[in-house]
Design a protein around this ligand. Structure first.
Ligand code: FE2
Length: 296
């Protein structure tokens, strides 16, 4: 089956001073993943001694920073240790911005960064023994769509790096193309009820009004995750990202599932379509073609 997400390997081995690369840009904008097995993020000895699942607070899987907001969230660390963790995450953010600024200057990465996280928990280590709902179970193939944070068609670009100190890979599955997944599940989606988006925004369930696009994306996320038969039998491939590997993709477009691993960095950008070269390949335009209507 050739409709499975392609993984393109790149020899990039430094975060700084990359030249613009239109072919890699085309790869990710068309729903592929770029993997850089020689692009490690260096962790200092002091930082390395802090690596432990308990660094993340109860109920948390990520420790994160957000641009424009002071400090870090989601960690049990205090005092000087907290500062070390914060500086490490900020360093990852800076490395990621340098990489994306070099490879894809049109993205204006720094201006569109929305958050940076360090994930010290192993996949499957559910915080505080709480049963994980299937909706939040990221071992099921899905595209990223966030209930409280509608994108209205903006793209979600993510830069991941496996920083496991020994040999544990980050095991992913990737699925079929966005268009194939959407064609399969669109017939089972429902329209937003009249006034629903306005009300959810008004009572602060959402940060901004949900568009018809967001409503569809959330349903596609849920329909795919909720369909066990689909999870088992859809076109897919498994890939191990070894420690020292960085990978880049639009996670609103790539069907992905995180199956195993521990200690990951992740940088997120929210890019307006005006920054994207191949707008026709975007999830928004794909869904508009398939539904025959404007969705934002
Ligand atoms: Fe995801």
């Amino acid at each position: 089956m050739n409709d499975v997400t392609a993984i393109t390997t790149s020899a990039i081995d430094t975060w700084q001073e990359q030249s613009a690369d239109a072919s890699l840009q085309a790869v990710i904008e068309r729903g592929g993943v770029v993997a850089c097995p020689s692009l490690a993020f260096a962790v200092s000895d002091e930082e390395g001694t802090l690596f432990d699942a308990s660094l993340a607070g109860d109920q948390r899987k990520s420790i994160y920073i957000r641009p424009g907001r002071y400090g870090i969230t989601g960690t049990t660390a205090t005092g000087a240790t907290r500062d070390v963790v914060a500086t490490m995450i900020e360093r990852y953010a800076a490395a990621s911005h340098a990489l994306i600024d070099g490879l894809f200057p049109d993205y204006h990465a720094r201006a569109h960064a929305t958050g940076t996280s360090f994930r010290p928990r192993a996949i499957g280590d559910v915080p505080s023994g709480k049963a994980l709902s299937w909706r939040k179970d990221d071992t099921r193939l899905h595209v990223d769509a966030f209930p409280s944070n509608p994108t209205r068609g903006d793209r979600i670009l993510r830069v991941f790096c496996n920083v496991h100190p020994t040999t544990m890979p980050r095991g992913w599955r990737v699925g079929e193309s966005f268009a194939a997944m959407a064609k399969r599940f669109l017939p089972r989606t429902r329209s937003l009820p009249p006034g629903g988006a306005w009300l959810m925004h008004k009572v602060h369930i959402t940060k901004r009004p949900r568009s018809a696009y967001d409503h569809l994306m959330l349903q596609l996320h849920d329909l795919a995750k909720g369909d066990q038969q689909y999870q088992r039998t859809c076109p897919q491939t498994a890939i191990d990202f070894m420690p020292g590997t960085t990978w880049i993709c639009f996670s609103d477009q790539v069907m992905h599932a995180a199956m195993s691993g521990q200690y990951l960095f992740e940088q997120t950008y929210r890019l307006p379509l005006s920054r994207i070269a191949d707008v026709d390949a975007s999830p928004l335009r794909t869904l508009e073609r398939l539904t025959g209507r404007a969705l934002v």
